[in-house]
Design a protein around this ligand. Structure first.
Ligand code: FAD
Length: 546
């Protein structure tokens, strides 16, 4: 593992070995933006077990850090989703007599001291949290660990939970982390079947606190702490909030229902736009392994014109559901005893995608430079980019004049989510056709998407820009018009998100002739794809030459 992660794990070990830990008045679980759930949550399960063992209450803490939101380009949609989930969690925890204390804190550099002071004030014996692998977060937790050790007698445990297999545990024969996906997958998959390693085992749900906590002078008062409705600088207009709330219900039950529908029901071409995904669920199909969205995922995952994928990314990014639960449930639905990662089955292809999520998170944990704006392949640090503000804005607004790119961008703007194929097409178009720096696209996705996740977003952008681990070779450039015909053969996706083209039938919807585009008030293409492609290849080829 890379120094920041290693240092944290070592600090946790040293801290746990500090045998001076005395019995305190409570155990604290620090819930982060990436683990917003009660079920199958490792740090929470361990915190609860420790509280039981010590016979003291469990208290849950959440720290809202607006400066971190800004530093990580968090979208207002993601912050709103966080708060809505916290509200559900607060009431679910209250049923277990566990208080959730949500506090806002600035500056972010002071968060370690702030948290440790709270631990001291509460006379906590232990702090548990799941690890966040971004470099700033690792350093923050390292500081918490050191301070907790120095100032108090608080034992800290930072736990691997986000990935199915922890970063550092999927290794080459030489003991290194992988930087190519296929061999990573080949090593990763068998680990899931090893019963001893428990990679898929569900973490225990927390045990109810003794009800006497309600009358405790300090902890009892925490039940009155409410989760705010918004954070300044990150609030949504009421109309937008309503739309996003309909698309993305908060709470673990909603996440599990999304999963159930994906595993057991067929796709609906009508469910493309900003609408309630849980409404009018289809009947469960007879043989989910073949006929559900999961069953058909192998062949249909790249289709933009119906709801072929799970749409669980906002829930996985915020940890409202665990990736372990997704694999477990998918295996149950398809009657598999062993983990399937075959390219030939729907379930296999889907578990492969969850492996991509692990893969990119491992990359962030092992190679922190990627989360600091650096290309993984340093040789691509000097690509010569175009700087047209006008082109960048047109791309953001979905007004590039290439319908499939515009539909994808408008889907993101409307729903806070985009289909994977749409992301690949839109990203490749920005980087290779408009020749605009991938980091500007990466930032816009983070600011717009509800599922913004540094590792997956950075991985996706660096793949498209051919600068990352296992990237698309720079000369393999998507033709957006061919992609459009493949992913949206009938044009339904384009018509849904680009109203100017709503009445265009037939192949013209993919590339409207200039006269038709003018008549409909739809923009002409910003660049000629063939010329742009040649320019991109030239620029990548000539890196380093003046
Ligand atoms: P499904 O197809 O149902 O897949 C299930 C889960 O697997 C997803 O929810 C996700 O957690 C994971 N997954 C699927 N594909 C990938 C992938 N290529 N890389 C990593 N994990 C994957 N995903 C994010 O969660 N957050 C992001 O910010 C993000 N940014 C992206 C940016 C670009 C340029 C690209 C090309 C991809 C990005 N992805 C991101 C990955 C992927 O597009 C989304 O995870 C997927 O579209 C979510 O839809 P779904 O939940 O229906 O996925």
């Amino acid at each position: 593992a890379h120094p920041p992660l290693l240092q944290l794990l070592e600090a946790v070990r040293d801290n746990a070995m500090n045998k001076n830990v005395v019995k305190g008045d409570c155990v604290v679980y620090w819930m982060r933006m990436e683990d917003l759930r009660i079920r199958d949550n490792r740090a929470l399960a361990q915190a609860s077990a420790q509280a039981q063992l010590s016979g003291i209450p469990l208290v849950v803490l959440h720290v809202l850090s607006p400066q971190d939101f800004t530093a990580h380009d968090r979208s207002a949609r993601r912050i709103d989703f966080t708060l809505r989930n916290l509200q559900v969690i607060r009431s679910e925890l209250a049923k277990l007599d566990i208080p959730l204390n949500t506090v806002s804190h600035t500056p972010r550099t002071n968060i370690p001291a702030f948290v440790v002071e709270l631990l001291q004030k509460w006379n906590a014996s232990h702090l548990f949290a799941n690890i966040e692998y971004e470099v700033d977060e690792l350093r923050r937790d390292l500081a918490v660990c050191k301070l907790a050790n120095e100032r108090g007698k608080v034992a800290c445990a930072f736990v691997h939970d986000k990935c199915i297999v922890a970063p550092g545990d999927v290794r080459t024969k030489e003991g290194r982390g992988y930087t190519v996906y296929s061999p990573f997958l080949r090593t990763w998959a068998p680990l899931l079947d090893k019963t001893a390693s428990n990679h898929l085992q569900e973490a225990k749900s927390p045990t109810t606190n003794a009800s006497s906590i309600r009358s405790h002078p300090v902890f009892g008062a925490l039940f009155n702490v409410v989760v705010p409705d918004s954070v300044e600088g990150f609030s949504l207009e009421p109309e937008e909030r309503e739309r996003i709330t309909i698309c993305w219900h908060a709470g673990e039950d909603a996440a599990h229902e999304m999963l159930r529908q994906f595993l057991y029901t067929a796709s609906r071409s009508s469910h493309l736009g900003a609408m309630d995904p849980l409404e009018d669920a289809n009947e469960a199909v007879k043989d989910p392994g073949k006929h559900s969205r999961l069953g058909k995922y192998k062949d249909q995952r790249d289709r933009l014109d119906s709801d072929t994928t799970s749409r669980l990314s906002p829930y996985l990014a915020a940890g409202v559901i665990s990736a372990r639960a997704c694999v477990r449930e998918a295996l149950v639905a398809t009657g598999k005893k062993k983990v399937d990662t075959s390219r030939d089955t729907g379930v296999g292809r889907w578990i492969q995608e969850l492996a991509w999520r692990d893969f990119y998170t491992h990359i962030v944990a092992l190679f922190p430079r990627v989360s600091m704006g650096r290309p993984f392949q340093e040789k691509y640090a000097d690509v010569r980019w175009e700087t047209s503000e006008e082109h960048l804005q047109a791309w953001k607004d979905g007004r590039t004049g290439v319908p499939i790119v515009d539909a994808a961008m408008r889907q993101a703007n409307e729903m806070g989510w985009m289909h994977n194929r749409g992301r690949m097409i839109a990203a490749m178009y920005l980087v290779k056709d408009l020749m605009i720096d991938w980091r500007l696209g990466e930032k816009y996705f983070m600011e717009t998407l509800i599922d913004g996740d540094l590792a997956s977003n950075n991985g996706g952008w660096q793949w498209s820009a051919s600068t990352g681990v296992d990237p698309a070779p720079y000369f393999r450039i998507f033709n957006p018009y061919t992609q459009s015909q493949k992913g949206d053969p009938g044009g339904e996706y384009i018509r849904t998100f680009v109203p100017e083209l709503a009445k265009v039938r037939g192949p013209e919807v993919h590339n409207p002739p200039p006269a038709l585009a003018d008549k409909l008030g739809y923009p002409r293409p910003l660049v000629d794809h063939k010329e742009a492609r040649e320019r991109a290849i030239r620029r990548y080829k000539n890196i380093g030459s003046k």
